[in-house]
Design a protein around this ligand. Sequence first.
Ligand SMILES: NC(=O)c1ccc[n+]([C@@H]2O[C@H](COP(=O)([O-])OP(=O)(O)OC[C@H]3O[C@@H](n4cnc5c(N)ncnc54)[C@H](OP(=O)(O)O)[C@@H]3O)[C@@H](O)[C@H]2O)c1
Length: 299
Amino acid sequence: MRVFVTGATGFIGCALVPELINAGYQVLGLTRSEAGAKSLAAAGAEVHRGSLEDLESLKGGAAKSDAVIHLAFNHDFSNLKQNSEDDRKVIETLGEVPAGSDRPLIITSGTGLVRSKTGAPAVETDDHVSSAEFPRAASEEAAEALIAKGGGRVMVMRLPQVHDTSKQGRITLHIQTARQQGRVAYVGEGKNRLPAVHLSDAVRLYRLALEKGQAGARYHAVAEEGVALRDIAEVIGARLKMPVESITAEEAPKYFGWMAHLAMIDLAASSALTRERLGWRPVGPGLIADLERAHNLEI
Ligand SMILES: NC(=O)c1ccc[n+]([C@@H]2O[C@H](COP(=O)([O-])OP(=O)(O)OC[C@H]3O[C@@H](n4cnc5c(N)ncnc54)[C@H](OP(=O)(O)O)[C@@H]3O)[C@@H](O)[C@H]2O)c1
């Protein structure tokens, strides 16, 4: 079975490609660069040259494959609205399947877009915010449009902070902010939480979804339901030997910039349904353990 992987050269893609190959899949990896082509070939994947802007190249990759995992995203946050709308078009294109096909298509989203109805950690059946509220939700809206249309086995993978000792999702940006500001801040008591998963567990879940996932399902790749922002700040401060302090909501935009709103809300998320339906058991190190030995916190 050949799997077309977009974003195959990124942080998650680089771990997903060997996960799939070791499980016996052929991988066709999208890349827009010579360096990407070399690294994919070295990993044992087939190379598909193209880009998110070249929708024909995406159609070509999908047409040659039995399944699609869509990870690629342009993370230039200064252009988030446009990049998110572009991703909507990419998903529409990847979702064009031959009539009657059951081809799996896994779309990537984030648990940070989901709002709990109850105050308990957000669950797989909770809705996401609209793209009018947060542009990145365009990807999940595009997946829903495909699901409503039928055809193919479309699934949504919602990721929390995916971490190892080199990168930790949004926390990587918190670390950069701390280095720029010379101090580490959290808002109020810092009890608001971020969910997390180790990279190795996240990519195993993509494989399980490919193998056992149901059409229309939304999965949460959550190993830890919520790690408090204050605990995260304390580790960053200890590693960077910087003061750690509480700031007010009014002070947050000056310190966090565009992340201020996100730094103030509780984004805890559950994966109980995902674990039950896919038999997934995360075993990797926790977020704090990875931060305690993270290379990007070396001074
Ligand atoms: N990491 C997390 O904690 C996290 C959390 C929530 C959601 N996500 C989502 O998970 C997915 C993968 O994240 P990641 O951390 O692996 O991202 P990443 O390291 O930034 O990798 C992004 C990938 O997208 C590719 N890409 C970007 N622009 C492209 C374009 N115009 N044409 C073709 N390919 C392009 C990159 O290719 P090049 O190598 O050529 O640049 C790279 O392979 C993304 O959708 C991301 O938003 C990640």
